[in-house]
Design a protein around this ligand. Structure first.
Ligand code: AGP
Length: 616
C-alpha cells in the first residue's frame, strides 16, 4: 500500500530514488511522483500511472540533486490524478512530503489551516500534513537548538491521528530528511556516505544491507552522513542496525514474462527452503528454531486461533484441517479484520497465530497486537524477515520463500501450507501421533518439491485448458474437506488477476444455492483428490453435468473418474494427505495465470489491488 523512498547522499538522487521506487511498485501503482532538492529549490514531477512513466518524464532532465523523496500511490483519499499524487507540497512550496497511511483527523486540521490562510489543491488527507508542517515551520525560531524542519514535523505529528510512514524535505534545508512512522512501515538504510528511507527493504537493498527498522511513534532526523532517532516526545532512541540477508537477484524477473509465473515456478525451491534444517534427527518430527514456546507449554494448549487476510486467511483454513486432523487440537480461524474489533472470547490455553506473507498487513498486525494485549502467546508465520509482524510476535516461523513481488500470492501460499503441515506434525508428535506415523509424515513432506515440479512440467496442458475457458465470465470452484480452502483460493486467484466472477464452496454446499449459477456459461472446477470422498465428489460433478455445466476436474492420479464425466482433467501426483492441498493449489495458480494473460490483464499489477495492505 503505497511505497516511499527517501535519499540523502553523494549519489544521483533522482536515479537512486527511481530505482528504489521501481522495486516498491508492487505496493501500489496508481500514480508516482518525485521531489528533489537542489540549491534551495524543490523540483517536483508526478505522473498518473506507473513508475516507468515518471522515469520517462524526468529522463531528459539533468539533475544534480543529492537529496529527494518519491512515492508510488495506492489511492485512499481522492481519485487517481496528478493533483492527488505524492509528493504533496505545502501551499508556499517549501515543504514536500510523501505519505503511506491515512490521516484520520484531516478535516478539522484542514479547517484550521484554511482559517490561517493555507490553501489546498488536492483531495488527499496527506496535503494537510505538508501544510501543517509549513504552519509550524513558519513559527519555529531560526537558529534554535534543533532543526526548524525537524521540530515542525515533530509538532505536526503530535497533532495528527491515524497511520503514517512519511518522508519530508524542505526547500530551505538542502541536507535534511525527516522520516517517521506510526502504523505504516518505514525502514532506514545506512549506506556508505548515504542514508535512505523506504517502506520496505526492497526499496533500498540495492544500496545497503544495513537497516534500522523504525518503530511506531519514532521519528528520524537524517542529515548528511548522520542520523538520529527519537520519539515524538523527544526521547532519544539508540538505533539497532540490522544486516538484511536479501539477494537482489532473487527479485529479478529472469526469463519469465511475469513475476507471478516466476513465483509459481519458484515453488519447488521455496518448499525446499521451508523445510531446510527443520526435521528432527530421528526423522519422526519437525523442529522450529524461533517458536519461543517450549514443548511443555505447547502440550498445555487446548485451542489454536489463526488469523490472516485474503490468501493468508485461506492458508489459515487449510492449517485448521491439517492441525485438527493430525494433531487433534481444536482450531479456529478468523479474518484478522474481524478479530481485531470483535473481542472474541479466547480460552486461557489458547495459542494465537497469525499468517502473513508480507508481515505488514495492518489488520493482521492489529489482531496480533490485540492478542498480545490480552496476554496470549502470539506467534506468526511470515515470509518477510524483519517485518513488523515478525518483530512484534512472541515467536514464529519464517517461510524463507524468497521475495514475492506479484500481487497474487502463489509461492507464499504453498509454503504456508507446507509449514502448516510441519506444525501439525510437530504438535501431533507432542500428543498422540506415533513414531511410525511421524516418520511416514516426514517422508511424505519431503516429496513436496519434487511433486510440485512434476505438476509444473505439465503447465502446457493446463495452459490449453485455460485457453479453452478464458472467455467465460463466471466460475464455480468446489472442494470437500481439505480441498475447500483450495477451492476458495482458486476462486480468489482467478478473480483478482482476470476479473472473472468466481466463487468457492464446499462441494456439498452447491445444492444449497450456488447450483443456480450452473449453466453452459459457468464452468465448475471440482477437486477429486481424496479417496474417502471420491464417490460424493463424482455425484457433485454429475449434478453439474445434468444442468449442462462443464466440469474441469483436478484429480489425483489414483482418484479415477467415470469415463467422460469431466470435460477436462488435470491430474496431480498421489501424495501424503498433508501435502495434497498445496499440490492442488498449483494448477489453480497456473489456470488463473494463463486465463488472465489470454484476457490481456496486467497479471502482476491487477487493477485496484496492492501487494501489502497497510491501511484499513
Ligand atoms: C493474495 O493473492 C492477495 N493479493 C491478498 O489476498 C493477500 O494474501 C492479503 O492481502 C494478505 O497479505 P499478507 O499475506 O501479506 O498479510
Amino acid at each position: 500500500m503505497c511505497g516511499i523512498v527517501g535519499y540523502l547522499g553523494g549519489g544521483n538522487a533522482t536515479g537512486i530514488l527511481l530505482e528504489g521506487l521501481q522495486r516498491l511498485e508492487y505496493r501500489g501503482y496508481d500514480s508516482a511522483g518525485l521531489a528533489t532538492s537542489h540549491r534551495g529549490s524543490l523540483q517536483v514531477a508526478k505522473r498518473v500511472g506507473r513508475v516507468k512513466k515518471l522515469a520517462g518524464a524526468v529522463s531528459g532532465q539533468t539533475s544534480r540533486a543529492k537529496l529527494g523523496i518519491c512515492h508510488t500511490r495506492w489511492a485512499t483519499h481522492g481519485g487517481v490524478t496528478e493533483e492527488n499524487a505524492h509528493p504533496h507540497l505545502s501551499c508556499d512550496g517549501k515543504i514536500a512530503l510523501v505519505h503511506n497511511g491515512v490521516i484520520e483527523n484531516y478535516l478539522p486540521i484542514k479547517k484550521f489551516l484554511q482559517s490561517a490562510g493555507f490553501t489546498f489543491s488536492s483531495q488527499t488527507d496527506t496535503e494537510i500534513l505538508s501544510n501543517l508542517i509549513a504552519y509550524h515551520y513558519r513559527k519555529e525560531p531560526e537558529g534554535g537548538e534543533t532543526s526548524r524542519l525537524f521540530e515542525s514535523v515533530r509538532k505536526s505529528l503530535r497533532q495528527v491521528e491515524g497511520t503514517y510512514g512519511i518522508a519530508v524535505i524542505c526547500a530551505d534545508c538542502p541536507s535534511e530528511i525527516i522520516g517517521a512512522r506510526n502504523g505504516s512501515p518505514l525502514i532506514l538504510g545506512v549506506g556508505r556516505n548515504e542514508i535512505l528511507l523506504a517502506s520496505d527493504v526492497a526499496g533500498l537493498v540495492s544500496r545497503t544491507a544495513k537497516v534500522v527498522y523504525l518503530k511506531d511513534g519514532e521519528i528520524v532526523h537524517v542529515r548528511e552522513g548522520d542520523f538520529s532517532i527519537s520519539t515524538l516526545d523527544a526521547e532519544a532512541i539508540r538505533p539497532v542496525i540490522d544486516e538484511v540477508d536479501w539477494d537482489v537477484s532473487e527479485s529479478a524477473l529472469g526469463h519469465y514474462t511475469h513475476y507471478m509465473l516466476k513465483e509459481i515456478f519458484d515453488q519447488p525451491e521455496a518448499l525446499e527452503n521451508a523445510m531446510r534444517g527443520r526435521f528432527a534427527r530421528d526423522g519422526s518430527t519437525a523442529k522450529f528454531g524461533g517458536l519461543n514456546v517450549t514443548p511443555q507449554e505447547l502440550r498445555q494448549i487446548d485451542r489454536i486461533m489463526f488469523c490472516g487476510c485474503g490468501t493468508a486467511w485461506h492458508a489459515c483454513l487449510s492449517l485448521e484441517f491439517l492441525i485438527e486432523k493430525y494433531a487433534r487440537i481444536p482450531v479456529e480461524v478468523e479474518y484478522a479484520s474481524e478479530f481485531r474489533y470483535r473481542n472474541a472470547p479466547l480460552d486461557k490455553n489458547t495459542l494465537f497465530m497469525v499468517v502473513s506473507q508480507s508481515g505488514e498487513t495492518i489488520d493482521t498486525l492489529a489482531a496480533l497486537r490485540e492478542s498480545k494485549r490480552k496476554g496470549y502467546t502470539s506467534l506468526a508465520i511470515t515470509n518477510v524477515v524483519g517485518s513488523t509482524i515478525a518483530r512484534e510476535s512472541d515467536g514464529g516461523i519464517y517461510q524463507h520463500a524468497g521475495p514475492e513481488i506479484g500481487v497474487a500470492s502463489t509461492k507464499a501460499f504453498t509454503s504456508q501450507l507446507l509449514l502448516g503441515a510441519m506444525l501439525a506434525l510437530y504438535l501431533g508428535r507432542l500428543r498422540d501421533m506415533s513414531f511410525n506415523d511421524g516418520v511416514e509424515f516426514v517422508e511424505g513432506l519431503k516429496t513436496a518439491p519434487e511433486k510440485a515440479g512434476a505438476i509444473l512440467r505439465h503447465c502446457n496442458q493446463i495452459k490449453d485448458i485455460a485457453l479453452k475457458y478464458a472467455r467465460k465470465n463466471d466460475f464455480l470452484f468446489l472442494g470437500r474437506l481439505s480441498m475447500f480452502p483450495i477451492a476458495l483460493e482458486g476462486a480468489l486467484k482467478l478473480k483478482e488477476i482476470s476479473y472473472i466472477h468466481a466463487e468457492g464452496y464446499p462441494a456439498a454446499e452447491m445444492k444449497h444455492g450456488p447450483i443456480a449459477l450452473v449453466s453452459a456459461d459457468c464452468p465448475t472446477l471440482c477437486f477429486a483428490t481424496e479417496k474417502d470422498t471420491l464417490s460424493k465428489v463424482i455425484s457433485n460433478m454429475q449434478e453439474v453435468k445434468a444442468r449442462n455445466g462443464e466440469v474441469i476436474a483436478v484429480r489425483s492420479d489414483s482418484c479415477r473418474l467415470p469415463e467422460g464425466l469431466a470435460d477436462d482433467e488435470i491430474v496431480i501426483p498421489d501424495a501424503h494427505g498433508a501435502i495434497m492441498p498445496l499440490l492442488a493449489a498449483i494448477p489453480m495458480q497456473l489456470l488463473s495465470y494463463y486465463i488472465a494473460v489470454e484476457r490481456g490483464c496486467d497479471v502482476d499489477k491487477p487493477r485496484n489491488l496492492a501487494k501489502s495492505v497497510t491501511v484499513e
